[in-house]
Design a protein around this ligand. Structure first.
Ligand SMILES: O=C(O)CCC(=O)C(=O)O
Ligand SMILES: [Fe+2]
Length: 390
């Protein structure tokens, strides 16, 4: 198993900013009003799909035909830059990779996509377990590329079958490949952590400040890491909404009540958007993962207490049933559920010279339903910036 370094990508260490924003329908279109579950870590909740050994083998034998990094114009590197200085994504290449990956998934397991769709519809989240990710490379300080196409093909194939297109965001290019992010958080303030790297990751929607936020979020667990108790807590937005009062809903839905800021890496401007949008059936909470990036406008104590109540509810209602292990693929309806990462213990190497895949390592990707840019890359968040012109 060889580790290849990403060639010309921007490797600067920046905080991960995985959120963003606007109102639209959710993928599922409908949600169950369910009580939060209290299943133990390791239990098998009903939104988990355990692949059998044969199912896993069938998927990997179909993926074997797919070239690793077939979504890149040059599979060895991302070399060409677009007019913004971002690595150029070859739209047609991605299109082709999505098509062959979708074909491989349907051929290997024709029923799978129906199960995924139905569980996503019902719960907003699905975890596939026992995927054979093949020869993956351990993450390291110069990033990695996998010899196996399995993680990317699994994501691209499922996403395409769900009606999604892979998309990238210019502010997230620091993660490695624009479409497939190497997420390797440490609590010591290194990349992949939140904000300054030392903040906790609060409940959020990925890219919640962005007008073209993703509909679907994929987290493929490449390595579990040393902490066997770290979880990806989540809560359904519909459940949260139903627990709010009409007054709180009104306060949260008024954009004038809030100071919501984009990531520091984008200048940290406040943008015009409400905390809550969507419809009573499909509510969308534009939660940001950084402490301090969502506050009530000064002089709006009622709004501040509505937000405090929402935070209290998220804390009460979140489920702790997802602990990711190698071979998992977490799929979330990004608009219908909020998620975060629990506090965790880092790799004992303290992010220094650790070899052999001991770090927790996720591969993240985003899917968008409907029209997407030809090169799959969004360059601007598209929000109205609230700033004094004087
Ligand atoms: O590490 C996790 O479990 C969640 C990470 C996350 O929220 C993200 O990368 O968007
Ligand atoms: Fe996230």
């Amino acid at each position: 198993m060889a580790t290849h370094n990403m060639a010309t990508h921007n490797m600067a260490m920046h905080p991960a900013d995985c959120e963003q924003f606007p109102a639209s329908d959710t993928l599922t279109g409908m949600h169950f009003i369910a009580q939060p579950e209290v299943a133990e870590i390791g239990a098998h909740p009903h939104w988990m799909i355990h692949l059998t050994a044969e199912e896993g083998a069938s998927l990997s034998s179909c993926f074997a035909q797919i070239p690793a990094r077939g979504y890149q114009a040059d599979p060895a590197a991302v070399t060409e830059l677009d007019k913004y200085g971002c690595p150029k994504i070859a739209g047609t290449q991605v299109e082709e990779f999505e098509a062959i990956s979708a074909e491989a998934v349907s051929k290997a397991n024709p029923e799978l996509i129906f199960k995924i769709r139905s569980l996503l519809h019902e719960h907003g989240v699905v975890v596939l377990r026992n995927i054979d990710y093949g020869a993956t490379a351990p993450t390291n300080s110069t990033r990695c590329m996998h010899e196996s196409s399995n993680p990317e093909a699994m994501i691209a194939g499922v996403n395409r079958l769900l009606g999604g297109n892979l998309v990238a965001y210019s502010e997230e290019l620091t993660y490695s490949h624009p479409l497939f992010h190497d997420i390797r958080p440490t609590p010591q303030g290194r990349e992949g952590s939140n904000g300054s790297g030392k903040e906790p990751m609060t409940m959020h929607m990925d890219m919640s400040y962005h007008s073209d936020r993703p509909d679907l979020l994929y987290l493929a667990c490449i390595e579990e890491g040393p902490d066997k108790t770290v979880t990806t807590p989540f809560v359904r937005s519909k459940d949260l909404y139903d627990a709010l009062s009409q007054d709180q809903i009104k306060l949260l839905s008024d954009p004038g009540n809030w100071v919501l800021t984009v990531p520091q890496s984008l200048g940290g401007d406040a943008v015009l958007m409400p905390v809550l949008e969507g419809t009573p059936e499909n509510p969308v909470f534009n939660m940001r993962p950084h402490v301090g990036s969502m506050t009530a406008r000064p002089g709006c104590p009622e709004a501040a207490s509505a937000l405090a109540h929402l935070v209290f509810l998220m804390d009460q209602m979140e489920q702790h049933t997802i602990h990711q292990q190698r071979g998992d693929l977490v799929i979330m309806d990004n608009l219908a559920v909020l998620h975060r990462r629990s506090t965790f213990t880092a790799c004992l190497c303290n992010w220094n010279g650790c070899q052999g895949g001991k770090h927790r390592q996720l591969l993240r990707a985003y899917g968008k339903i409907g029209e997407v840019p030809g090169d799959r890359l969004y360059h601007h968040h598209g929000r109205v910036v609230v700033r004094s012109r004087l």
